[in-house]
Write a protein that binds this ligand. Structure first.
Ligand SMILES: Cc1cc2nc3c(=O)[nH]c(=O)nc-3n(C[C@H](O)[C@H](O)[C@H](O)COP(=O)(O)O)c2cc1C
Length: 239
């Protein structure tokens, strides 16, 4: 007896859906080189809408996507990141007295790892403040910093889930992404952070989660094998 099913019936089947989603998750790669092709803004909107089906604490849906798609705005963003590195480097040298070869390695790490590569769009993901009636009241009345921290962590976790949805749906649409955390360097410096938020009219209460570069991947970028993953033994424990 054969269990094979064909055509439409197969497409509706659990096995097909499972294979599809597994492929999407396993074949996504972080992409650093892109073709020059622009990503239509309507497509970016669709990616953001679908990403919003992520779970969120008390259904707060706290994510906010700031999309840099013009040459001018991307240059501006990069110039802030560059300043963030410069300030970080100065503080490493002056305040922490980190010198010599470690300093040189750190410097090279910071400046190569975090900067956005040439890509059609850079997207910053923020988490808006926690806004659920009961929890917000609890934070207000308890005046307990720990509850505030839990709420802060929750909006970050929820936004990171939307971010992961974004990476997967973008991959499914034939786009490439790479998370870029370098932007966070400038957040270490209040002066720079305030300037940045003011320039792009972002409320200071929005917390930066991370950055994503987005575009159509260059062929060679798609040829890279997946990095090996940690073993199940390391990743889980049944109790
Ligand atoms: C929170 C986070 C921060 C990351 N920051 C950077 C970054 O600043 N620069 C970069 O080139 N890649 C960054 N990455 C991408 C990782 O290097 C990449 O996901 C990892 O090496 C695994 O490769 P894969 O995404 O192709 O599976 C970041 C990824 C995450 C999740």
């Amino acid at each position: 007896m054969s269990f094979a099913i064909a055509g439409e019936e197969f497409i509706k089947s659990w096995a097909y859906k499972h294979a599809m989603i597994k492929n999407i998750i396993k074949n996504r790669r972080s992409i650093s080189s892109f073709t020059g092709k622009k990503v239509p803004l309507e497509l970016i909107d669709e990616l953001i809408s679908v990403s919003g089906y992520a779970p969120s604490s008390c259904n707060t849906q706290p994510w906010f996507f700031l999309v840099f798609h013009t040459k001018k705005s991307k240059e501006k963003l990069n110039s802030y990141i560059q300043k963030g590195y410069e300030y970080t480097n100065q503080s490493l040298k002056k305040e922490h007295k980190i010198m010599g070869s470690i300093y040189a390695r750190l410097l090279s790490f910071f400046s190569n790892y975090g900067k956005f590569d040439e890509a059609p769009a850079y997207i910053l993901v923020f988490a808006r403040p926690y806004n659920a009636p009961l929890f917000s009241q609890a934070i207000k009345f308890a005046k307990n910093k720990q509850i505030e921290k839990i709420a802060d962590d929750s909006v970050k976790t929820s936004s990171a889930m939307a971010m992961q949805n974004f990476l997967l749906i973008a991959h499914e649409k034939g786009l490439g992404t790479r998370v870029k955390d370098g932007i966070k360097f400038l957040m270490n410096f209040d002066k720079l952070k305030n300037e940045f938020y003011k320039e792009f009219k972002i409320p200071l209460t929005y917390q930066l989660i991370s950055g994503i570069q987005l575009g159509y991947p260059a062929k060679k970028a798609l040829e890279r094998k997946a990095h090996p993953r940690i073993s199940l033994k390391k990743a889980r424990k049944f109790v």
